[in-house]
Write a protein that binds this ligand. Structure first.
Ligand SMILES: *Cc1c(COP(=O)(O)O)cnc(C)c1O
Length: 353
């Protein structure tokens, strides 16, 4: 497919309109936009036909295709999704358990590292390899992890052509299982570094390398953290398949989603925008409750991160929330940029109703 046929493109949440929409492949490789914003689709496709008996792979192909137009067609997506989800330990990939009383559990732990992040990353690793091959490019993925993300990223990228992976974790502050998941992978493109410090120290080192323009271009730095649109996109699929399973009649379903960086629940929000019958999206948090307080008061206010037993949710700036702010502001990149600048400066900002 040629560029002129591309109907859906991606723009940054902080765009002033001077940069035209990019294609999916560009957004996949870039992660964060140069203006610091997050890439969002310029159109939201309608939900494709997905029934209670549609396979997970078929649902993934149908849902992803309109978003990847110009980069991956249905045939390419099918090859990648078939491989990606073959490694899951359940034929339904993301099975739904009936807990009784109208409650269900969407089981996202069937991937190779048990983290829900496998669902997106198993697919994203393959997309990345295919797109790099097509462009004859190489990248170095650098990331900081408190456990889940590092294991899932390493598992998805081990042995992939064109990709070097460097993952920083805090020494003796990740679970023993995740330490082994990360550090016993023998693929030559995987490199682990244990940092004497906290997760934030790891994160600071990663940010510093991205801020180094020379290093960035010399080694082709890239990221697969949860602000990468491709991850949000791949997660839309299980909202649709689970809703169809719970309500074959197409009736409404609510989802309660443990949230950190707001990537997972954001995918549910996109599913709803595409036309899935979603009643409520419950944004669940732990004591690091920046979003709970926001939804109660209309004020975004960051505090000190308090460590908990759920480190993946110990986040005070839910990066992906910027995508919702952008849509809510009528896609006003200037307004979003100003809001986030004020938040960074003052630690708190009132968001207009
Ligand atoms: C990553 C993760 C989260 C947070 O998900 P977001 O998409 O960042 O909101 C919550 N729980 C677990 C176990 C995770 O691995």
């Amino acid at each position: 497919m040629t560029g002129s046929e591309v109907a859906l493109g991606y723009v940054s949440t902080r765009s002033d309109g001077s940069v035209g929409p990019l294609g999916f492949g560009d957004v996949l490789l870039a992660g964060l936009a140069p203006d610091g914003g997050l890439y969002c689709p310029t159109a939201i496709p309608n939900l494709p036909e997905v029934g209670p008996d549609t396979t997970y792979v078929d649902a993934a192909v149908a849902i992803l295709e309109p978003f990847t137009v110009g980069t991956f067609d249905a045939a390419a997506l099918e090859v990648m999704a078939t491989e990606a989800y073959r490694s899951f330990r359940h034929p339904e990939v993301c099975p739904v358990l009936d807990l009784g009383g109208g409650h269900h559990l969407l089981d996202l732990t069937k991937g190779p590292t048990l983290a829900f992040k496998d669902v997106a990353l198993q697919m994203v690793g393959r997309m990345l390899e295919a797109e790099l091959d097509r462009r004859g490019r190489r990248v170095t993925i650098v990331g900081a992890t408190s456990g889940d993300t590092g294991s899932a990223a390493i598992e998805s990228l081990a042995g992939k052509a064109g990709v070097e992976v460097l993952i920083l974790h805090p020494h003796q502050r990740v679970s023993e299982i995740q330490r082994r998941q990360m550090t016993t992978v023998t693929a030559g493109n995987i490199h682990n570094v244990a940092i004497r410090g906290t997760f934030d120290d790891c994160q600071d080192l990663v940010k510093a390398s991205f801020a180094d323009a020379r290093l960035r271009s010399d080694v082709g730095l890239a990221a697969v953290n949860s602000i990468n649109w491709a991850r949000v996109l791949c997660q839309i699929v299980y909202y649709v398949t689970s809703a169809r399973r719970v309500r074959p009649d197409g009736g409404p379903v609510s989802f309660s989603v443990p949230s950190g960086n707001f990537g997972n629940v954001l995918s549910g929000w996109y599913a709803k925008r595409m036309g899935l019958a979603v009643d409520r999206l419950v944004v669940a948090s732990n004591r690091n409750d920046v979003l709970t307080r926001f939804f109660e008061t209309g004020r975004l206010e960051t505090r000190q991160v308090e460590p908990s037993l759920s480190p993946s949710m110990d986040i005070q700036i839910s990066s992906n929330f910027e995508r919702v702010l952008w849509e809510a502001s009528g896609r006003d990149g200037g307004a979003v940029a100003a809001l986030l600048a004020a938040l960074r400066e003052r630690g708190s900002v009132e968001v207009p109703a």
